[in-house]
Design a protein. Structure first.
Length: 136
């Protein structure tokens, strides 16, 4: 149904070498696990899904890395929650109508955080920034 929360619980960054020459930056977001969690909504309890994720920006060749780990809370219909968990435990599959907004939420939050952290390590931004071109 919808993402209702996202947060980080681990942030790691390291520059291993000076930034010189051609640099390749690879960004990757992966869902590591899914668990059921109970939310208090008003005076009733409702089950939600907690997606544990990892986002990694790697600066190659072996220059630096930024790793963010966290959780996305997804509110789903009670009847679908158990099926999603069962499918995940069985073959690590997530329906694309859920996976797409979850990954988009991870990328939106993680790319912004990685952009700020890259500045602290004097690294190029991990995502392309808009550029202005002068016209005659």
């Amino acid at each position: 149904m919808t993402v209702i929360g996202i947060g980080f619980n681990k942030i790691s960054m390291e520059r291993l070498a000076p930034v010189v020459g051609k640099i390749n930056i690879n960004n990757n977001a992966t869902v590591k696990d899914i668990d059921k969690m109970e939310l208090n909504v008003g005076n009733k309890k409702q089950n939600a899904l907690k997606f544990t994720f990892e986002f990694k920006a790697s600066y190659e060749p072996n220059l630096a890395h930024i790793t963010l780990e966290g959780e996305v809370v997804w509110l789903e219909k009670e009847s679908d929650t158990e099926k999603i968990l069962k499918d995940w435990k069985k073959d690590k599959k997530i329906p694309k109508e859920i996976m797409t907004p979850v990954i988009n939420a991870i990328l939106a939050k993680s790319n912004i955080e990685a952009l700020v952290l890259s500045r602290e390590l004097n690294l190029p931004p991990p995502i392309p920034l808009p550029k202005v071109e002068a016209k005659e």
